[in-house]
Design a protein around this ligand. Structure first.
Ligand code: GLY
Length: 307
């Protein structure tokens, strides 16, 4: 449930009809500071007044959006669409915060794993029926022939899966665990989607994949760049390991150096999430540069309680 308001009293009256947690957003760009999520109603009310006073965010503070706060684990489902049909890829779970235990600021994603034990085919079916298919129908009704990847960012709430966001691309780092598990032909599937006629069904290995993102000092703020990265070859040579490069450049001497916040995604695969996780972290241990940071708890809970 959500509502959009320019009047503080109306916004607060709506807030009071919702259960906690409360979400108050500015309707505009606010340098990442436009969202409050709180369990304290008085704090949400003060935030509505501050945002609508016009003093905090300029024109981005003229309207607020109040949303029902959702609780539960996150899930990413990447779906390939051909304009009329949609086929889901294997679900993945991303880790959004910079710090272990989900602490610190949000990032583009610090790691991911697949399969997700709590997201079986029943969950995928609900998401396809209740979210993806109606979304594609709505796009068609607006004359949009959408062919490509639709990425549903979901939360598995006590009331069932709910969509937080859609992206129209693959997810990062979700792709680095979903695609290594794909046993059918990705190029053929994408060609079918582009041609508007998906006939194949993607298939996946039972093996698990875990990816750990290695980031630079300062990320997600201002990253420090230009440090020489050691150990990629050794890590990549390990069985079942792939090192994906993101924020990487070559210096004048031909060495690989850091060139962005998120530098590498190191994926390990194995028969179980625990095996894949061990393999990913062993490979991470081969690699380093000054100030490198990564989370140590990617897929830890799922690997410890796989079913
Ligand atoms: N993993 C988050 C994203 O790709 O947006």
């Amino acid at each position: 449930r959500h509502g959009s308001f320019t009047d503080a009293d109306a916004a607060i009256a709506f807030l009071r009809t919702l259960p906690p947690p409360w979400v108050v957003k500015t309707d505009g760009l606010a340098a990442g500071k436009g969202v409050l999520v709180t369990e304290v109603l008085a704090e949400a009310e003060d935030d509505v007044r501050a945002k609508l006073s016009g003093s905090s965010f300029g024109s981005a503070g003229e309207r607020v959006v109040i949303e029902e706060g959702l609780t539960g684990p996150e899930l990413s489902l990447l779906v390939v669409c051909d304009g009329t049909r949609a086929v889901p890829l294997a679900p993945a779970q991303d880790f959004k915060r910079i710090g272990d235990g989900g602490t610190g600021p949000n990032t583009g994603g610090m790691g991911a794993y697949s399969p997700v034990p709590i997201a079986g085919s029943d969950v995928v079916e609900v998401v396809m029926d209740r979210a993806v298919e109606p979304t594609l129908a709505a796009l068609r009704a607006e004359g949009i022939d959408y062919r490509g990847v639709l990425y549903a960012g979901l939360m598995l709430t006590p009331d069932g899966p709910k969509v937080i966001e859609y992206n129209v691309r693959f997810g990062d780092p979700e792709a680095q665990v979903v695609l290594p598990r794909l046993t059918s032909d990705l190029a053929a599937l994408l060609a079918e989607a582009a041609a508007g006629e998906i006939t194949s069904s993607p298939t996946f290995t039972e093996d698990a994949a875990v990816t750990v993102v290695m980031a630079t000092e300062g990320y997600p703020g201002t990253p420090r760049t230009g440090d020489v990265i050691e150990g990629i070859e050794a890590a990549d040579a390990r069985a079942g390991v792939t090192v994906f490069a993101a924020g990487v450049a070559e210096d004048d001497a031909g060495r690989l150096v850091t060139a962005g916040g998120r530098v590498l995604a190191v994926t390990g695969t194995g028969p179980t999430l625990a095996d894949a996780r061990r393999s990913a972290y062993e490979a991470v241990g081969d690699i380093g540069w000054p100030g490198e940071q990564h989370r140590t708890d990617i897929a830890a809970a799922a690997a410890a309680h796989p079913g």
